[in-house]
Design a protein around this ligand. Sequence first.
Ligand code: ARG
Length: 458
Amino acid sequence: MKLWGGRFTKSAEDWVDAFGASIPFDKELVEEDIEGSLAHVKMLAACGILTEEEASTIKNGLDILLEKAKNNELEYSVQNEDIHLNLEKLLTDEIGPAGGKLHTGRSRNDQIATDMHLYLRKHTEETMEAVKQLQQALLSQAEEHVETIIPGYTHLQRAQPISFAHHLMAYFWMLERDYGRLKDSMKRLNISPLGAGALAGTTFPIDREYSAELLGFDSIYENSLDAVSDRDFILEFMSAASMIMMHLSRLSEEMILWSSQEFNFIELDDTFATGSSIMPQKKNPDMAELVRGKSGRVYGNFVSLLTLLKGLPLAYNKDMQEDKEGMFDTVATLQGSLKIFTGMVETMRVNTDVMAKETHSDFSNATELADYLASKGLPFREAHEVVGKLVLQCIEKDIYLLDLSLKDYKQASSLFEEDIYEVLKPATVVARRNSAGGTGFEQVRKAMDSAKNRIGQK
Ligand code: ARG
């Protein structure tokens, strides 16, 4: 007999039950569901809707179930459809008919919404902490490499040399926005739907503020229909998660490139790499590739929930049962990816000698030369032209700008003096980009101090 079986004349078939059941996945919410019930029952007693004795019997039963849940000792059945009905059944088995009073003044619709708010609040906090850990790892690596210079790229072509710390810190600031998005989402997430009932509220004199307070919510939904229909809070998390995964996929891509033989800028720790079953020489950056790949499923979960909700009439519809697996998957994928990256960034070895050699073997100091002429009064456009010709001259001779003689320079423009050789050195090029937020060492140190402050405030 189903818990809602009164109005039915025949029992459902097992295969239909199995199709409709959410227990195989919503059992993940068992602790949140019990936590919600404990608050609900306490509120019912405080409002005189249940006697103190009834409430305490139910509370004892729920405590037993919680203990069993923590020890993985609860047995669920598909016939009982979902976590809510399974727990109600288990509670009644535990304490007798009093268990049937727990559902007074609430519905599974506000119950599931409450569970998911509680679940996502916990996991948003955990995710914020994981973002912070990765920021910390980036900051620690950056501290070692303020004066390590790498080629900076645009269009994946050598552009201007930059401090390696500056490059790493770019990811710190992306993650800082991600952290802010998660933190901000809490304002809309930490609101209680409990007591909204099926859709319209209840005839019982309940106190929604009190149950909200017991559960640590900041406030209650103002509209019962909205309370049970809203899944925006999951979408917000998924949208923030998608952006974090996008950021991680960019760092993945760079770490994959950097650890290739062609770049050879870094070496990943063995823990985060794998070998090949056939090619003995291989060390593959599998974990970085996997995170790059996993961004796909996180976007997928987001689009899937948006699509699910589109055009859905108020209030609860069974479609909404499909909101859970994507949410669980997003949380697990995101937290796993952040953890992997924290370890990978902390342990990567930086080949500073290779980086140094590379910054001496390109034309990424060409802008400096044009700026040099421009600062001596030549219009920048003309300076650009002069330096472009010098670059061409070098390419023909298979040399770099530092290899040209002063005579060659004087021939190109009489404004050139001996001091260009100092100006052209990668370290000088970097140091002189001292505008706010630039790669100049002084600026990088300043930005890192400000980053440390941010971390310290979390
Ligand atoms: N298992 C349901 C879900 O996950 C819980 C809410 C069910 N409410 C209902 N009226 N069928 O969405």
